[in-house]
Design a protein around this ligand. Structure first.
Ligand SMILES: Nc1ncnc2c1ncn2[C@@H]1O[C@H](COP(=O)(O)OP(=O)(O)OP(=O)(O)O)[C@@H](O)[C@H]1O
Length: 662
């Protein structure tokens, strides 16, 4: 369990570590250890002596230090790739037990700085410089060591608070922790954050009312606390909250920092009460540090420069106002920011920070190689376990969304009825019957192609932000996520075509042998699933539904043209000839036609009432008419199967590529 670290986090928490007991470099900046709670034998060991045994930041808290940190954003302007500097060579440190606020005007670089420190920078950010946790360079291990609460609350809104916490516990926690222990942990956290009352309330999404903004923020925080990380990054945890809710969440953080956690928050316009709870303050302006140190001494720093906070002002507002750009006085504002940042760089505050930074980097180098155990014996959940919980979550979400499930099934039954009635009791043994059967087959194929293909188009663009966030937190692999989404969709894509075929087939009076019915149903199910796979591939390939639609619609026309009913296979123009190999509509139409017309003989040639119809006397002639061949049945089914696999593989590659970019 997390134990308080030896230096007590208070308003006066120094930036400096305790003096090494082995007589390391001495400086009069070190605090007197007697100012702090008495140390037990293990706590009194310095890092250097601890390094002989395994040392665990999970238990002893962390000190975060960064030096000469610069962040550039790769961005394109008029097609030219440029590197925009957002954070400009900043240095700083935060000790265990600190509750630090990063403040500054909008666009100053607060979120970017925090993302870089938390190892959560996006793909277009290039981070240079050094960042260490207890002397060790940060890396992918930060996913396990830290919690990161982003600005935007992202949840599966149809879940209740308890369901969400339960699923996240199964995704995040050690697999050796029993379900009972997980439940207990969840209860404790919900109690701690005042969420017990709404444990069975839906989080809320898609226009449905659920948790309040404050409750959502607390839930996001609760999720990060599940694995009890020693360092927490919170991007604007109070934005959008009323002052009471904001105060509540910061006071919870304050309590946690008192117990040894290091907490770093970006924050906008905090009230005086909230501002007073932070022990450390980092002011950012134009990507530089304007002040870093104890919150209480910031006023003095500004006063020394001649910027006196009026008594009617809250200090937080005063700092932000002083560092903001005033419209119409941009040059003056820039000069003010430059003056403050330059002054800070040579101030005692910066020197104090620098000593900690030097110490942390020195200890990191001096103690190599040293054991670094973030989580002794942490056992990640098994792949199948993660898959189960992700599928469960996706499935719950889809069945709770009536527009996706119930309405879709009712809609498909309605369409099946219309299709069946449109071709009611077709007669296989007349020339007009041939046209009706082929018409019914075309409707079977079309309805089971376009409907499922478009229905999944929003599947990935809508859920990508949550997926990227969870992936970056190290909760699962993209392949697990992809498979879970497919598994969650599968029941719908089995039930819908089954229902459709069962209703439309018999009303339309298609061939009444059980072989013909079962095979037609099987091909209809396969057609639906290939279409769904193609829709998912487009959904993974593009950022939004409108863009995916823009590419999918022309592709649909190719599918229709090459379905075999409008243009014969042999006469498709060369320029689009390749598309027939991708046209599962053609494979589906041909295979269902074969099943319907196989061994049909003695079709009447009574064509007196319509001379325009050719006389086709048996099923083989009907198939010949469309350039279909009975020999192709197995091949058509296999081709659809290969397309199903191919579309899913491509869909996964696009998802993986998106992950890489993120
Ligand atoms: N990917 C990017 N490409 C180009 N510019 C970017 C990118 N990301 C951030 N920026 C720019 O960097 C600056 C700092 O952004 P950041 O989000 O860190 O600011 P912030 O201080 O957190 O602002 P706010 O308080 O409004 O959230 C802004 O001017 C922003 O436009």
């Amino acid at each position: 369990m997390f134990k308080p670290r030896n230096f007590g986090p208070s308003e006066n928490t120094p930036l400096l570590p305790l003096q090494p007991s082995n007589g390391g470099s001495s400086t009069n900046n070190y605090e007197n250890p007697s100012d702090f709670e008495p140390l037990d034998a293990s706590q009194s060991l310095t890092k250097k002596t601890r390094s002989y045994s395994k040392w665990s930041p999970m238990e002893e808290g962390v000190t975060l230090a960064w030096s000469d940190l610069t962040v550039h954003a790769r961005t394109k302007i008029k097609g030219k790739l440029i590197y925009k500097r957002i954070i400009n060579s900043v240095t700083g440190a935060l000790k265990s037990g600190s509750l630090a606020a990063i403040m500054g005007a909008s666009g100053a670089g607060k979120s970017t700085l925090m993302a870089a420190l938390g190892y959560r920078q996006t793909g277009e950010m290039q981070v240079d410089g050094d960042i260490v946790i207890n002397g060790r360079p940060i890396g992918s291990y930060m996913k396990h060591l830290s919690g990161y609460m982003p600005q935007e609350d992202l949840f599966v809104g149809s879940l209740t608070v308890l369901e969400h916490m339960n699923i996240m516990a199964h995704l995040k926690l050690d697999r050796l922790i029993s379900s009972q222990e997980k439940s207990l942990k969840i209860k404790t956290i919900l109690n701690q954050l005042g969420l017990r009352r709404c444990a069975n309330t839906c989080i809320g999404a898609r226009g449905h009312k659920g948790l309040s903004g404050g409750e959502k923020k607390r839930l996001a925080f609760a999720t990060e606390l599940l694995n009890d990380p020693p360092i927490l990054f919170c991007d604007e945890p109070t934005t959008g909250l009323d002052s009471y809710s904001a105060q509540k969440i910061v006071s919870i953080m304050s309590r946690m920092s008192t117990n040894g956690k290091t907490i770093l928050c970006t924050i906008h316009q905090p009230s005086s009460a909230i501002f007073g709870m932070f022990t450390q303050l980092i002011l950012v302006a134009d990507g530089r540090i304007a002040y870093m140190g104890r919150r209480a001494t910031a006023i003095e720093f500004f006063e020394d420069l001649g910027y006196v906070c009026p008594s009617s002002y809250s200090p937080a507002d005063f700092f932000i106002k002083t560092l903001s750009t005033t419209v119409g006085h941009e040059n003056n504002s820039r000069m003010t920011v430059k003056k403050i940042c330059d002054h800070y760089t040579v101030s005692d505050y910066a020197k104090e920070v620098d000593v900690v930074v030097q110490y942390e980097f020195h200890m990191g180098r001096a103690e190599q190689p040293r054991a670094f155990e973030m989580r002794q014996n942490f056992k990640s959940p098994f792949w199948l376990h993660t898959l189960y919980w992700l599928t469960y979550r996706a499935f719950k979400d889809s069945i709770r969304n009536p527009s996706v499930q119930t309405l879709r099934i009712l809609q498909r039954m309605g369409i099946a009825l219309i299709v069946g009635l449109s071709f009611y009791s077709t007669n296989f043994f007349t020339q007009k019957g041939i046209q009706a059967v082929q018409g019914a087959i075309f409707m079977f194929v079309c309805e089971n192609t376009f409907n499922p293909m478009y229905s999944v188009l929003a599947e990935f663009p809508e859920n990508i932000p949550l997926f990227v966030r969870e992936f970056r937190s190290g909760l699962y692999h993209p392949a697990t996520y992809y498979v879970s989404r497919i598994l969650a969709l599968l029941p719908g894509f089995l039930i819908e075509p089954l229902l459709f075929a069962s209703i439309a087939y018999w009303i339309a009076g298609l061939r009444s042998t059980s072989y013909a019915f079962l095979m037609t149903t099987l091909i209809t199910v396969l057609t639906t699933n290939v279409s769904c796979a193609c829709g998912i591939m487009f959904s993974c390939a593009f950022e939004s539904v409108p863009i995916a639609m823009a590419y999918l619609v022309p592709f649909d026309y190719l599918l229709m043209v090459t379905s075999g009913l409008f243009v014969k296979r042999g006469t498709i123009p060369v320029i689009i000839g390749w598309s027939r190999y991708l046209s599962w509509m053609m494979y589906s139409t041909e295979s269902i036609s074969i099943i319907q017309w196989q061994s049909i003989r003695n079709i009447s040639c009574d064509i007196q009432d319509d001379d325009s119809l050719p006389c086709l006397s048996d099923g083989t002639s009907v198939l010949d008419q469309y350039a279909f061949s009975e020999d192709n049945l197995a091949c058509d089914i296999w081709n659809m199967f290969f397309l199903l696999i191919g579309f899913h593989l491509l869909g996964y590659v696009f998802l993986w590529w998106k992950t890489k970019r993120a």
